[in-house]
Design a protein around this ligand. Structure first.
Ligand code: TXA
Ligand code: MG
Length: 329
């Protein structure tokens, strides 16, 4: 589905060579494919393609841009995306492929889009053990962003039928690999310098990780989970500049973030101007959101003035993110 609400025909693909080839081609073309992992079914998109990633949020009707897990076919591929310290390396060697996600600092060679990372300087990586997932990732030949393949607020799917119940008509295909075996999501551990932190309990037991490391894991709330108030999500990217929302006029020296064909008054005296989408396409705007904020912040402007963005479709998530960026801090 796109953000204008039009439906697509969702194909159920068999777990055979033809099905895999088709699924990989859809992913390479920027489409959405739900696929089984050993934990739950994931809703996959090319993690390096921000527009494709925006499609995930549109299909799930996520009210905000949570950072997503990028799935890879090997430890080597993961190490090109993130900086692994000694602890992260040991965890990867012991538990990958498997139901463990590692949050690590982004590597210089990282190709995962800003949108998939929700603008963070860290990235969540996982090498799944499911044979079909592995084969798909290998064929797709790129990191695949995949949250659980359910609509926002519903339970994670462990069968292709669950996926279709939630997302039929909203995604291009589901690769039917039978029931997922683990049924709960992956364990998430952050290795960001300092002691490793358990962000979400899941398919790999805390005890198994602690036994391997010979050290207790720090506990930490899952940063993406139920933010208590706008701006409370310390890990979320916040520009240095003040952010002024619903700006119908631009003050001299402000950086302007536009949406749609409108030309606000005072635009000539703006320090810099970037458009999220000239023709008002919310998927394109979502894809450009984080990189545009970064680009304008880098101009040194004290304030980023943002044109109104409609609250429909992906606009809700865009506005949620913009309100966080604008919250007093
Ligand atoms: O088992 C799983 O992990 C499944 C399958 C499909 O792989 N995926 C999954 O994704 O559960 P999702 O989007 O439902 O959960 C991803 C979690 C979110 O809670 C998010 O906050 C966290 O990962 N996350 C992602 N990147 C992060 C980061 N840079 N820092 C902290 N947390 C991050
Ligand atoms: Mg989920």
């Amino acid at each position: 589905m796109n953000d204008h609400g039009s439906m697509v025909q969702t194909q159920r693909l068999a777990a055979d060579t033809a099905g895999l080839a088709h699924a990989a081609a859809i992913l390479q073309g920027g489409g959405l494919v739900a696929f089984p992992t050993e934990t739950v079914y994931g809703l996959g998109a090319d993690a390096t393609n921000a527009e494709a990633v925006a499609g995930i949020y549109a299909a799930k009707e996520r009210p905000s841009f949570n950072p997503l897990i990028a799935h890879l076919d090997s430890i080597g591929a993961a190490e090109a995306q993130g900086e692994f310290d000694e602890t992260a390396r040991r965890l990867a060697r012991a538990f990958w492929p498997g139901p463990l996600t590692l949050v690590v600092p982004v590597a210089k060679t990282c190709t995962i889009s800003d949108l998939a990372r929700a603008g963070l300087d860290s990235v969540a990586l996982r090498v799944p053990a499911h044979l079909l997932a592995h084969a798909l990732l290998e064929k797709a030949g790129r990191p695949i962003a995949a949250p659980s393949a359910n609509r926002s607020g519903r339970v994670s799917p462990t069968e292709a039928d669950h996926v279709l119940g939630d997302l039929d008509g909203r995604i291009d295909a589901v690769l039917d690999g039978g029931p997922a075996l683990v049924g709960v999501e992956s364990t998430i551990v952050a290795c960001l310098g300092g002691a490793p932190r358990l962000l979400r309990p899941g398919g790999v037991a805390r005890e198994a990780i602690e036994a391997l490391l010979g050290q207790a894991l720090e506990s930490g709330a899952e940063p993406g989970a139920n933010p208590v108030a706008p701006g409370m999500l310390a890990s979320h990217y916040a520009p240095r500049a003040r952010v002024r929302l619903n700006a119908s006029a631009i003050e001299p020296g402000e950086a302007a973030l536009l949406f749609g064909p409108v030309r606000p008054s005072g635009i000539e005296a703006a320090r810099a101007v970037v458009s999220l989408s000239e023709n008002g396409d919310l998927t394109e705007a979502a894809a450009r959101l984080f990189s545009s904020l970064r680009q304008l912040d880098a101009t040194g402007a004290k304030t980023i003035a943002v044109s109104p963005v409609p609250e429909t479709g992906l606009g809700e998530a865009i506005n949620d993110r913009l309100r966080r960026a604008a919250a007093e801090r």
